[in-house]
Write a protein of this length. Structure first.
Length: 281
C-alpha cells in the first residue's frame, strides 16, 4: 500500500515531473483566446510548508525541487516551473511548495476557470482557505473527484485540462482512473487529460500505462522518471509517470530536452532513467 497524502511528499521528484507537465499543458491551451477550464480531481490542500509539519518529517523535497532550486543551468521549461515555485518563496529560501491548483491558477487567464475537488476533509478546508480571495474563477467542492469530473463533462467552453492524481492507497484506484478516463473520452473526447501514477513493484502500477494506451484517444504521450532501483522490500516509489491523452504537439520535444537533465540531477543510483513515448494523431 502506498501512503501518498500530498503534504508528506510535497516537492519530491514526482511533484517535479507532474507540475512540469501541468505547466506545459495549461500554457499551451492559454495560447488561444478562447477560455478553458482546469479540472483537478484530487486538488490537495493548496500549498505546503516545507520547514514544518508533514513535509519536514520525510524531507522528500530535498531530492526533488531542492536539487533544482539553486541551479543556473536549468532547461527553459524547468526554469519556468521553478520560477513559479519562487512565487511562494519570495526571499529565495525554499520554505513552501505550491500544489497543482496554484500552478494552474498562475498560468491561466482571467477568462479561464478552475474546478477543484478534494475529498479529504482537512485538506478541503485548507484549500478553501487558500483560495478564499480568488472569486468566481475558482470553485472548490469537498467531494469525490471522480464523481465530480463525470458531472462536469463536457465543460461549457469545450476546452479543458483535467488532472487526475489520486493517492493510490486503495488498489481500486487503478481501476477507477482507467474507467474515469474511458468515460471521460466518451463525454468529452477533445479534452486534454493528464494522469499521474506511481512507479511501484506492484503489478497494478506496472500494467497501468499499457492499459491506458488502449483507450480510444486520438493521441497520447507517456513520460516517466525513475530515480532509483526498486527497493528490495518493495516499499515506496522508485519513480512516477504522467500519461497524457490528447497532448499538445509541442510536449514531446520539450520533454525530450528536459528528461535527460532530470535523470542526471534527480537520479539517486545507476538505475535512474526515463521513458518518453507517444502515439500521434
Amino acid at each position: 500500500m502506498l501512503s501518498y497524502r500530498h503534504a508528506f511528499h510535497a516537492g519530491n521528484h514526482a511533484d517535479v515531473l507532474k507540475h512540469l507537465v501541468l505547466v506545459q499543458l495549461t500554457r499551451y491551451l492559454a495560447q488561444k483566446d478562447k477560455p478553458f477550464w482546469y479540472i483537478d480531481t484530487h486538488a490537495g490542500a493548496g500549498i505546503y510548508a516545507l520547514d514544518t509539519g508533514y513535509a519536514l518529517k520525510l524531507g522528500e523535497y530535498k531530492e526533488g525541487i531542492g536539487r533544482l532550486w539553486g541551479r543556473n543551468d536549468l532547461p527553459a521549461a524547468l526554469a519556468g516551473y521553478v520560477d513559479l515555485v519562487r512565487r511562494v518563496n519570495p526571499d529565495r529560501r525554499l520554505l513552501a511548495y505550491p500544489g497543482s491548483p496554484y500552478f494552474a491558477l498562475w498560468t491561466l487567464r482571467e477568462q479561464d476557470r478552475l474546478r477543484l475537488f478534494e475529498l479529504h476533509t482537512k485538506d478541503a478546508r485548507l484549500l478553501q482557505e487558500s483560495f478564499q480571495d480568488a472569486g468566481k474563477q475558482v470553485i472548490i467542492e469537498p467531494t469525490d473527484g471522480f464523481a465530480g469530473l463525470k458531472a462536469l463533462l463536457p465543460p461549457p467552453p469545450r476546452r479543458a485540462v483535467v488532472l487526475i492524481d489520486p493517492a493510490y492507497e486503495d488498489k481500486h484506484d487503478y481501476e477507477r482512473v482507467f474507467h474515469a478516463l474511458k468515460e471521460s473520452l466518451v463525454r468529452f473526447p477533445a479534452g486534454t487529460y493528464a494522469l499521474w501514477y506511481p512507479q511501484l513493484t506492484r503489478l497494478d502500477a506496472h500494467e497501468l500505462p499499457q492499459r491506458l494506451k488502449r483507450l480510444p484517444a486520438k493521441s497520447w504521450l507517456h513520460v516517466a522518471l525513475r530515480v532509483r532501483e526498486p527497493a528490495k522490500d518493495s516499499f515506496g516509489m522508485h519513480g512516477s509517470g504522467m500519461f497524457i491523452l490528447n497532448p499538445p504537439w509541442t510536449l514531446h520535444a520539450t520533454l525530450a530536452e528536459v528528461m535527460p537533465y532530470l535523470v542526471e540531477v534527480l537520479g539517486l543510483d545507476a538505475s535512474a532513467g526515463f521513458t518518453l513515448e507517444q502515439q500521434e494523431d
